[in-house]
Every structure is written in C-alpha cells, then in structure tokens.
Design a protein around this ligand. Structure first.
Ligand SMILES: Nc1ncnc2c1ncn2[C@@H]1O[C@H](COP(=O)(O)OP(=O)(O)O)[C@@H](O)[C@H]1O
Ligand SMILES: [Mg+2]
Length: 290
C-alpha cells in the first residue's frame, strides 16, 4: 500500500460530548475503511512552552494534563465502541480550526463534532466545525451525537453539478462499506414567477418539469450503479425545497452526503446554502465532500 493509502482518519477531540461522539463515529469508520484513527486535541501553544513563573507553570501543567486526559478518554471511548480500532493520539499546539485543517491535509477524512466546548450555547454549529467544513480539501464528517440504531441507509443529495459527482463517489463507497441502501435525493421547485405576484410562466407544465427533473437525477447517477452493483439505489425526486427534503430523509439515515457547492451562489462560495443548512439541521452525521 502507498503511504497515502495508509494515512489515518483524523478526528478532533476537545472534551465536549459532540467531540466524543465524533471519536466514536470515527472509530467505526476507521475499521470500516481499514485505517488507523488519529485522535487530535488542539491546545493553545503557550500551554506547551516552558515558563519560568512557577504559578503560571502549575496552571499550564493542569491544562496540559487535562488535554492528555481528554485524549485518554477519547481513545477509551473509541476502543469501547469498536475494539478493533487502531488509534494514535496527540496533543498539538495551535488554533483548533487551523490545526485540524493542517492535520487533514492528505488525510482520507476529517471528523469533528457539531459543537464543542464553546460557551455560547445558542449556536448550533461550532466555530471550528464551521471553518473546517468550509476549507478542508478532504471530506469532512460532522457528528452531533452517538446514534443508537442503524437505519441501513445512506442519503446523498444530487444535482447536475461536478460537486454532486464527488458526493456520489463518497456516498456509494459508504453505502457499500455499510451494506446499506443508497437514497439519491433530487429536489426541485416550481420556477419562480416571471410575472407580477404569483403568476406562473405561461408555458409552464409541472408534469413536464417533473419529468425533466427525474432525468437530471438519472443522468447524474449514470455509471455509478455499475461500479457498485451490490448497492441498492432508491431514486427520489421531490417537488419542494431541498433543505426540507434532505432534513426529512436524514431522520431515517445513517449518513447524509453532500457536495460542497450547488448551482446557486457566487463562484468563490465555499459551501452552498444547502450545505450550511444541513450542517445545522440534519438529524444524522453529515459528510461534506469536495
Ligand atoms: N481544541 C480542539 N482540539 C481538537 N478538536 C477540537 C478542538 N476544538 C474543537 N474541536 C473539534 O471541533 C468540534 C466543534 O468544536 P467547536 O467548533 O470549537 O465548537 P464550539 O464553538 O462550540 O466550541 C469539536 O466537537 C471537536 O471535534
Ligand atoms: Mg471550541
């Protein structure tokens, strides 16, 4: 195996509940993919430098010990959930998002919790998570809680963009690894009125559009089932909002897979509006694939 093929899956542990949930999820994924799991806890750099001041030194030692304890607990949770997992742990100095992004370079996957220890409880998505979901070049999986039951289904969001093709590749692989069904969801809305008020465009025929939209889905899927003949695929074309359709499907799924970009938005946009919404509102772990 090449060196790249042996790179570990990376997971960030910060001592929070969602962080540990991410570790448990990542341990199972590492075994599914036959990879090692690298558990990283990021600590402010000043905690790792020697200091002449004895009091400051004691405090720093305690914080460092706390970091080691987080790693120890994380490794224990990984092994408790998946005894076959091979873990390594490291306390790394730096800023959380920056450091996790650096760790993720060349990694097969980066896994983080949906939230961390941040004190502003109203936030649905942690700041480090938001940043790595935007900037990581490898797939990022965001985990909110440890799921008790498996649904046997992976959901993938599909449109006619290259980003959706990347998502499909990841989703088929996941479905195959899990022996799960793959639900490919394509949502569409009635075209916006071109006239005043609620007037529809004069030549608009919903049945015709529905037919077009299911063709978009089949064309996007073309070629994939042949590569994964054992994966059962369910094609779902939904008339309505994408966010609502995916949120609904995520309630009955083990993983929701999204491309990072759709059709909307401007060229430099790093994560489309559907991705942003799903990171906040999905009912299962979410993978963002570039
Ligand atoms: N210091 C850190 N070391 C390792 N992983 C971290 C660290 N901070 C955050 N993470 C990862 O990012 C996830 C979300 O944390 P974060 O974005 O910091 O949320 P919050 O803003 O609520 O603190 C955590 O569950 C963890 O997986
Ligand atoms: Mg944090």
């Amino acid at each position: 195996m090449s060196e790249r093929a042996q790179r570990p899956i990376i997971v960030g542990a910060d001592g929070s509940g969602p962080g540990y949930a991410a570790v448990e999820w990542a341990a199972q994924e590492a075994v599914r993919r036959d990879r090692r799991l690298r558990i990283v806890s990021v600590l402010s750099p000043w905690l790792l430098e020697p200091l002449p001041e004895p009091n400051a030194d004691r405090m720093r030692r305690e914080l460092r010990d706390n970091g080691q304890e987080v790693l120890r607990q994380a490794a224990a949770r990984a092994a408790a959930g998946e005894p076959r997992v091979r873990t390594e742990t490291e306390l790394v100095p730096g800023g959380p998002a920056q450091t996790l992004l650096k760790e993720a370079e060349g990694a097969p996957m980066l896994v983080v919790g949906g939230r961390g220890l941040g004190e502003f409880g109203g936030l649905l998505l942690g700041s480090a998570t938001n940043q790595v979901a935007l900037y990581a070049r490898c797939p990022v999986v965001v985990v909110r809680r440890t799921e008790e039951t498996a649904h046997g289904e992976v959901v993938v969001a599909v449109d006619d963009t290259p980003s959706a093709q990347a998502a499909l590749g990841f989703a088929f692989e996941e479905a195959a690894l899990r022996s799960a069904r793959l639900r490919a969801v394509h949502a569409w809305r009635d075209p916006a009125s071109l006239g005043w008020g609620e007037m529809q465009p004069p030549v608009y025929d919903p049945e015709l559009v529905a037919g077009e939209e299911s063709r978009v889905l089949s064309e996007a899927l073309a070629g994939w089932p042949a590569r994964y003949p054992d994966v059962e695929v369910v094609e779902e074309v939904v008339r309505g909002g994408t966010v609502r359709a995916l949120a609904g499907a995520s309630a009955r799924a083990d993983l929701l897979v999204l491309g990072s970009r759709g059709r909307g938005g401007f060229a430099g946009l790093l994560l489309g509006s559907v991705g942003q919404a799903m990171l906040h509102h999905a009912h299962c772990p979410v993978a963002v694939v570039r």
